[in-house]
Design a binder for this molecule. Structure first.
Ligand code: CAP
Ligand code: MG
Length: 428
């Protein structure tokens, strides 16, 4: 067997602005050095295979990826842009996040970060609305936006769902949200839910004098998603929700096009991400997922809480926020900076086990340019969803004004009851 993996390692190479850069964490299998592992990954993810081939031509050398930096277990690989088909995310990922995860020579492979070259980034649409577009829909300039998923997450009828939305909107919630596994089951049909909920939305807007919206889960096979998006538009909705990872990147790209024509924003739920983001040694990081999601063009994306019910570190959540919000994402080496150029920002959504008692800590960590989603933290309020929604808004007001939550709760019974129910403790 003639191997040429070493030819994919060149630590003297200095990447061109047109290269796509990927940062990997590699753990070589027994008997392999990190250089050998890096060469194999660079080879398999660009043009190589397990042996030299007679069809290799000198001109093809230009397309070889280069592992150009190796630091401990971290490896940076530069990919010539011509390896990739513009605006084809599945093709790009089949290269840099494809066969490599199963290579015998590498025990663990984790794609930590991606830097898009400008030309490739520009081939994707990016978010249509971005943070400012979503704020414009709701006419809320500065404070965090609020969202709620009615719970129990499945089983409510369309009417019960719409009524819950009405209560939450009246209590001060901006965005009603479907749960990730609510689509069009027999107990709660999509069309009926959308119609009833948006009627209630209009009523709530009249009563409160505030703009309200609804994150409507259209997740299904792609043509059905298109039909559902059209129905949302006809019925007066502004934002559709897609479970982007169970649906897949190709269908997200299709829906991004469809939503462009319809003028609808996309809320991205990341259910399934932990199957490949949770193991710190293998799979793909949530940061890489956020790189892909912002490029393709989601307007809102879940980033976690660090202090709620689901696993994520503070560092990770803050880095995700920065990567979604900023025009220039700057980070510490060996992670990769990204100039997002004209790609609009994506609204970071913090969700999962949140309740009013956690809001000051959350805002301290993430600031106010976020969406805060509370499901159980609203529907578990002893006085119901409307009171729960008011308690959430009160906790946000207190946090923004820097007022102690307990002091603020003295004259606000909804907040006081929320604090009595859940305290201010982090979920364990
Ligand atoms: C939150 C939630 C979301 C999670 C997803 C749920 O409900 O609706 O799906 O936040 O995780 O069903 O768990 P609660 P992430 O507010 O009742 O916890 O945001 O990390 O992607
Ligand atoms: Mg959910």
């Amino acid at each position: 067997m003639t191997e040429w993996y070493h030819e994919f390692v060149d630590q003297t190479y200095s990447p061109s602005v047109d290269d796509l850069i990927a940062l990997f964490k590699l753990q070589p299998s027994e008997g392999f050095s990190i250089e050998e592992a890096a060469g194999r990954v660079a080879s398999e993810s660009s043009i190589g295979t397990w042996t030299e081939v007679s069809t290799m031509r000198p001109r093809l050398r230009e397309l070889m990826a280069k592992a150009y930096l190796i630091k401990g277990n971290l490896v940076k690989i530069a990919y010539p842009i011509d390896l990739f088909e513009p605006s084809n995310m599945p093709q790009i990922l089949s290269s840099i996040a494809g066969n490599i995860f199963g290579m015998k020579a590498v025990r663990h492979v984790r794609l930590e970060d991606i830097r898009w070259p400008r030309k490739l980034l520009r081939s994707f649409l990016g978010p249509q609305f971005g943070i400012s577009g979503i704020r414009k829909i709701l006419q809320v300039k500065d404070r965090p936006l609020t969202a709620t998923v009615p719970k129990p997450k499945l089983g409510m009828t369309a009417k019960e769902h719409a009524t819950a939305g009405f209560e939450a909107w009246k209590g001060g919630i901006d965005l009603l949200k479907d749960d990730e596994n609510l689509s069009s089951q027999k107990f709660n049909k999509f069309t009926k839910r959308v119609k009833l909920s948006l009627q209630m939305r209009d009523k709530a807007e009249k009563i409160t004098g505030e703009k309200k919206s609804y994150l409507i889960n259209i997740t299904a096979e792609t043509e059905e998603m298109t039909r559902r998006a059209k129905l949302v538009k006809r019925t007066g909705g502004e934002i559709v929700m897609i479970d982007i990872l169970t649906s897949g990147w190709a269908s997200l790209q299709t829906m991004r096009d469809v939503c462009n024509d319809l003028g609808l924003a996309i809320h991205a739920h990341r259910a399934f991400h932990a199957a490949f983001t949770r193991n710190p040694e293998h799979g793909m990081s949530m940061l890489a997922v956020s790189d892909i999601a912002r490029a393709v063009g989601v307007d809102l994306l879940h980033i976690g809480t660090a202090i709620g019910k689901l696993e994520s570190s503070r560092d990770e959540v803050v880095v995700l926020r920065n990567n979604l919000q900023n025009k220039k994402f700057q980070t510490t080496d060996p992670h990769l900076d990204q100039d997002w150029q004209s790609t609009r920002p994506t609204f970071p959504v913090s969700s999962g086990g949140l309740h009013p008692g956690l809001i000051p800590e959350l805002i301290k960590m993430l600031g106010t340019n976020i969406v805060i989603q509370c499901g159980g933290g609203i529907w578990g309020h002893p006085k119901g969803g409307r009171a729960g929604a008011s308690a959430l808004r009160e906790s946000i007001d207190a946090a923004i004004d820097g007022i102690n939550l307990d002091d603020y709760a003295n004259s606000r019974s909804e907040l006081r009851e929320a604090l009595t129910t859940w305290g201010k403790a982090t979920y364990v």
